[in-house]
Design a protein. Structure first.
Length: 434
């Protein structure tokens, strides 16, 4: 095979590697905050509050990152559709790395009072804007380079999220083990955030080697009139956008339940923090395989059957999850997280990368996919806060109500998926589905 003929395959491999690594780095930073919000920030930045209220406040700052993600999706999606995917991905990675590094330098509440949580919220918003713009561009770099098995190749971006969770959890765990509990709360928690600047350099080097996607180049060479992509999406494809949001909600609610909320709940239920972190790390590592496996399955069986099966399974499993966690048994805790995060949740989450990229045309795909995915992602930011509020209002009870809420989101996902046409066979240069 000649060099010319092999060039598309080389670029596909580079695009997939760049998207996966970029996603790992972005979610290392973004989910490092999630783990820290459950075990550190309530003591460091909200030390003047009642412990339960401090936990809710910590989850509240966690949620602000998700609230900012749609803004990032619109902002970077707009310029990504007009100027190209690659340029925006360099900017989003830089923004995330710098914000995370600065979190590691923030003074605590004991040092500067109320300015500390304010600074934390501001940097969390910057993180949210960055990850909101990153996902859509990373997915499109893989999906628009792929000529077949698009579900699998695009799925590498989503697989980067649990891999980032593994790295962030390991970073916090290793730091705590090395410096001790007291030193960890005083200054040790900063180390994993400061490491972000090193990861940023590695990520930018890899991303620099990837060319712009063929689909975007074709639109640019055709001289398509420059428009406002978000206006086109809202005006021409409101139904597709709304259904796309509904498709992703259950995946995100389940994701944050199995990571952030279960981490805090497991500790409150009597498990050692390190025990829960170990189980979470194992389940996140297994989730990488699960996401890629179900993403590949969606190429064979279609996006809709896989996502629907996953949503139904998660609706049932939500009533099993908390009894397993509350059993006090480490093995059952580990089984609960592995089964939920590595088997059932990936059925919904794995195919999403390809599915969202297939809902919109090239001219507004970055904006449309980002907006749908990131608005759905609000479910992940709000769920821990909502569930913590339910527990507080019910005196620590209310787990059945929490499970019913998760099941309700799963039912919504099933309805929205069935209302959409199958997207797996679409040509990404064609017009949007309806």
């Amino acid at each position: 095979m000649s060099t010319t003929q092999n060039a598309p395959n080389v670029q596909l491999r580079r695009a997939v590697a760049s998207s996966f690594l970029g996603s790992v780095i972005e979610y290392y930073d973004f989910l490092l905050y999630a783990t820290a919000s459950a075990v550190v920030f309530n003591k460091v930045f909200f030390s003047s509050l009642d412990p339960v209220v401090a936990t809710i406040a910590s989850f509240g700052t966690f949620a602000t990152g998700y609230l900012a993600r749609p803004l990032g999706g619109v902002l970077f999606g707009h310029f990504g559709d007009l100027l190209g995917r690659k340029r925006m991905l360099v900017l989003t990675m830089t923004l995330m790395g710098v914000a995370s590094f600065l979190i590691g330098l923030l003074p605590t509440y004991a040092q500067v009072g109320g300015l500390a949580p304010v600074g934390l919220v501001v940097l969390r918003v910057v993180q949210g804007i960055a990850v909101g713009g990153e996902w859509g561009g990373a997915v499109l770099m893989s999906a628009e380079h792929a000529t077949r098995r698009r579900g699998l190749w695009a799925g590498f971006t989503n697989a980067g999220a649990p891999c980032g969770m593994v790295l962030s959890t390991l970073a916090l765990t290793a730091t705590a083990a090395l410096v001790g509990e007291r030193a960890f709360l005083e200054w040790g928690w900063r180390i994993p955030f400061l490491i972000s600047i090193v990861l940023l350099g590695v990520g930018l080097f890899v991303r620099h080697r990837v060319e712009e996607t063929p689909a975007f180049q074709a639109v640019r060479e055709a001289g398509v009139k420059r428009r406002v992509p978000v206006v086109e999406v809202l005006r021409d494809h409101p139904r597709v956008l709304l259904l796309g949001i509904g498709v992703g909600l259950a995946a995100f609610v389940s994701q944050s339940t199995l990571t952030t909320f279960v981490l805090a709940h497991g500790v409150a239920a009597g498990h050692a923090r390190q025990t829960v972190l170990n189980a979470l790390t194992l389940s996140s590592a297994c989730a990488v395989v699960g996401i890629l496996g179900w993403a590949a399955a969606s190429d064979r069986f279609g996006r809709r059957p896989v996502v629907v099966a996953g949503a139904i399974a998660m609706a049932v499993y939500s009533f099993v999850l908390f009894p397993l966690v509350d059993s006090g048994d480490t093995v059952l805790l580990t089984v609960a997280l592995v089964l939920g995060q590595a088997v059932i949740h990936p059925m919904m989450y794995g195919p999403l990368a390809a599915l969202y990229s297939e809902l919109f045309s090239t001219e507004n795909r970055y904006t449309g996919a980002s907006l749908g995915y990131q608005i759905a992602g609000l479910g992940a930011g709000v769920a821990p806060l909502l569930f913590a509020g339910i527990q507080r209002s019910t005196g620590g009870q209310g787990l059945t109500l929490i499970s019913a809420t998760i099941a309700g989101f799963c039912l919504l996902t099933v309805v929205c998926v069935l209302a959409l046409k199958e997207t797996g066979t679409r040509d990404l240069k064609s017009v949007a589905v309806s």
